[in-house]
Design a protein around this ligand. Structure first.
Ligand code: AOF
Ligand code: ZN
Length: 368
C-alpha cells in the first residue's frame, strides 16, 4: 500500500472499531499525520459529543507549532453545518491544515460536497481516496446512515444461529444452544452496537429472550416485538429483566388493560395482506433515531422482511449439528420465491471459524 493508503487505513480501523453506539450519526475515524508521525487520532464520540476530526485536532494541538505540514485523513467528508456540534469544516480551516484526505462524501444534503468545495476555496488540498478496497470500506461504514438519510429507513441485519440443515430449533422449540459460546459473545457485541433489536411473537413465546447486551456498557435503545394481539403480560417478563431499553410492541390492537402493562409501549399498526405492515414498523423505528436494527428471529418474521426486501445484511452462525424434523422451525419462512434466478444474493461474503461454528456475513444487495 502507498503511504497515503496506509495512513488512511489507520483512520478506517479507528472508525471500524468504535464501541460506542453513535447513532444517528455515522461512525467516523480521523487521523492527523505530521512528518510521517501520527500526532492526533479521533473518532465520533457521544460522551462528550464531538466529531472525529475535532477529537483528532484536539489531540494534535500541542504536538506541533503549526499544522502547515500536517495532513488530516478522515473517513467521511467533514460536516458543513451546525448540528449538535459546530461545523468541522470551519475548525479544520481555522487549524491551518493544508491537506485533507477523505474516504466518502457525506450523503447528508446539509453537507454533500459542500465542505469539500469550502476546503478547496480556502486553499486546502483535498483528495478523495481512490483505492477501491479502502473506498468500499469507507462506504460500508456509512451505509446504515445513508439509508436513513436518503430513505428514512433503518438498516436491518438479520442474525441467525442455525444447524447445518438450516433449523433454528427442534420440534419441541428447544434452541439452547445451537451456536457456540464464542458466537453468542459476538452476538452480545452486535446487540450492544444496535439501536434496536427486533423479534417476532414466536421467538418471544418460545425462546423467552431478554435481548439485553449482557456485560456490555451500551444497551440497545429499543427492544421491539411484532405481535398482532398481545394478550399475555407474562410473555414479556424476560424482556423486562435487568432491562435498560425501551420496550415497544407493534400490534394491531393494544390490550384493553394496557395501562397495567408496566414499561411497555404499544404502537398500533394497520394490517396489509393480513399481516402487520412491516414498512410502517421500520419507518417508526427510524423516526425514533434507530438506524441499525438487529433482527433476531424468528423465521416467519425474517422471511416476511426478506420477501419485502428490508434485510440489508445477514450474519449467520452455522453450527456443526443436524436437527431434522419437518415440524422444527426453519431459519427463513415467508413467501419465498419461485425460481433460483429470483434468489437474493449475498455480496462481500466473509467466512470465518468461531469456536466450532462457521460464521458467514454478507450484504444483501437486491433490497428495494
Ligand atoms: C463529521 N464528523 O464524526 C460525524 C459527522 O448533530 P451533529 O452535530 O452530531 O451532526 C451530525 C451530522 O454530521 C450527521 O448527520 C452527518 O452528516 C455528520 N457526521 N460529520 O464531520 C463526524 N459523525
Ligand atoms: Zn463534524
Amino acid at each position: 500500500m502507498s503511504d497515503i493508503n496506509n495512513e488512511f487505513n489507520k483512520a478506517l480501523e479507528l472508525a471500524e472499531n468504535i464501541v460506542e453506539n453513535v447513532s444517528p450519526r455515522p461512525p467516523v475515524g480521523s487521523i492527523i499525520i505530521d512528518e510521517g508521525k501520527v500526532i492526533g487520532k479521533g473518532v465520533t464520540a457521544i460522551n462528550p459529543l464531538r466529531h472525529a476530526e475535532v477529537n483528532a485536532l484536539n489531540e494534535a494541538k500541542n504536538k506541533v507549532n503549526s499544522f502547515k505540514n500536517s495532513t488530516l485523513f478522515t473517513t467521511l467528508e467533514p460536516c458543513f453545518h451546525k448540528g449538535d456540534t459546530e461545523p468541522c469544516v470551519d475548525q479544520i480551516i481555522e487549524s491551518g491544515i493544508k491537506n485533507v484526505v477523505i474516504g466518502s462524501i457525506d450523503p447528508n444534503p446539509k453537507v454533500n460536497e459542500k465542505s469539500i468545495t469550502k476546503l478547496r476555496n480556502n486553499n486546502i488540498n483535498v483528495k478523495i481516496i481512490n483505492n477501491p478496497e479502502l473506498k468500499k470500506r469507507s462506504q460500508r461504514l456509512i451505509e446504515p446512515f445513508k439509508l436513513y438519510i436518503e430513505k428514512s429507513m433503518p438498516y436491518v441485519t438479520a442474525k441467525m444461529a442455525i444447524s447445518i440443515d438450516g433449523k433454528i430449533a427442534t420440534k419441541t422449540g428447544d434452541s439452547k444452544w445451537i451456536s457456540s459460546e464464542k458466537s453468542r459473545e459476538i452476538v452480545q457485541n452486535m446487540r450492544s452496537k444496535s439501536d434496536a433489536i427486533l423479534i417476532g411473537s414466536n421467538t418471544l413465546k418460545i425462546d423467552k429472550p431478554s435481548l439485553n447486551a449482557r456485560n456490555r456498557d451500551f444497551q440497545p435503545k429499543i427492544k421491539a416485538v411484532v405481535k398482532s394481539n398481545p394478550d399475555n403480560y407474562s410473555d414479556f417478563q424476560t424482556l423486562l429483566e435487568n432491562n435498560k431499553s425501551k420496550i415497544i410492541v407493534y400490534c394491531e390492537k393494544k390490550p384493553s388493560d394496557h395501562q397495567l402493562w408496566k414499561d411497555i409501549e404499544f404502537v398500533e399498526i394497520k394490517k396489509t395482506n393480513l399481516k402487520l405492515d412491516l414498512n410502517a414498523i421500520l419507518i417508526d423505528l427510524a423516526s425514533r433515531g434507530c438506524i441499525n436494527i438487529l433482527m433476531e428471529g424468528g423465521g416467519k418474521l425474517l422471511g416476511s422482511l426478506i420477501d419485502l426486501g428490508f434485510v440489508n445484511k445477514v450474519t449467520l452462525f452455522i453450527s456443526p449439528m443436524l436437527i431434522g424434523g419437518e415440524s422444527s422451525a426453519d431459519s427463513i419462512g415467508g413467501e419465498g420465491i419461485e425460481f433460483i434466478s429470483q434468489s437474493k444474493k449475498l455480496e462481500d461474503l466473509e467466512v470465518k471459524i468461531v469456536e466450532s461454528d462457521i460464521m458467514v456475513t454478507g450484504i444483501l444487495k437486491n433490497h428495494v
